[in-house]
Design a protein around this ligand. Sequence first.
Ligand code: SF4
Length: 334
Amino acid sequence: MKKELQYIFGPVNSSRIGKSLGIDVIPKKICSLDCIYCEVGITRNLSTQIKPYFKAEAILAEFSSVYHEIKDSIDVVTITGSGEPTLNSCLKDVLIGIRDIVKGEKEIAILTNTTTLDNKDVYKTLLDFDIVVPSLDAVTKTAFEKINKPAKEISINNIINCLIAFSNEYTGKLYLEVLLAKNINDLPEDINTLISVLKKINYTRLDIGTIIRPPSHSFAVSLTNKELEEVKSYIASQGVSFSKDKSVDDNLNNNTIINYSSSSSVVQGKNVAIEKLIPILKMRPTTLEDIIKTLKIDPVIADEILTPLLQSGEIISKEFNGVLYYQHKIIKQL
Ligand code: SF4
């Protein structure tokens, strides 16, 4: 990309929805939840207030300026971002504008934490997306409060009822996500109550994963692969289906940012690489391997780029589960 973009990021190679161009429609980090595993950092403004945080015109102007350059490199346009996207009251206008620009060439997806589904406007707008990816990590008040740390006015029972109703009315692809943290929402009573709710949700696909990047709260611990597989096997043994859509790869939680540039642009100056790297590291902690793949640079150049950024304090490195990640200083963790 020729300049640092404010709303558009990626593309990201998502195992769930394919090659996705992200649109961030909410300022960092305004959210109705403060999930302990959040990759974007701690929630600075815990709020359920729906208002025009970013104007649709500004988002669409930026999207329009990059879409035609990269459209052949993506499968889907995804509204997501640095907080809960449905808190932006301009969401419907953004969706209509994107549809106008992509002219049916791409599916349009949204990631949501489902806390605003009781708002009629949000509910109706979400019905118009091709793909909705809601998250539901816990269904008991205790576990919900422990893992998602919601704004005080949010009721988990309300979320569950709205999500069930939405899933039965929605005709697009509903990819439900559950994230488990060790000893937080993976206890037998949590899983059993979750199963009873999952059976009532009419999803296309169910993804159950655990924490893979440095979390916003340092006490959040991921399940081991073995523990995760055991939980998934148990859930399946209780009659819960994971996928009714076999067209999607079954790998979980493996998002990689990809470069949409043509091979002719592989050779690039360090300044250009830094311009591309900074927005990526503002979005989420990223490994050296992903940085090298994304920027199409060799490890020596990567080191030459990262070292001064680390020394100046603009970025920091952090180890999680034995893997080293780099992230921008604006991602705040506890
Ligand atoms: S994971 Fe999503 S819903 Fe949870 S705090 Fe982060 S941005 Fe909000």
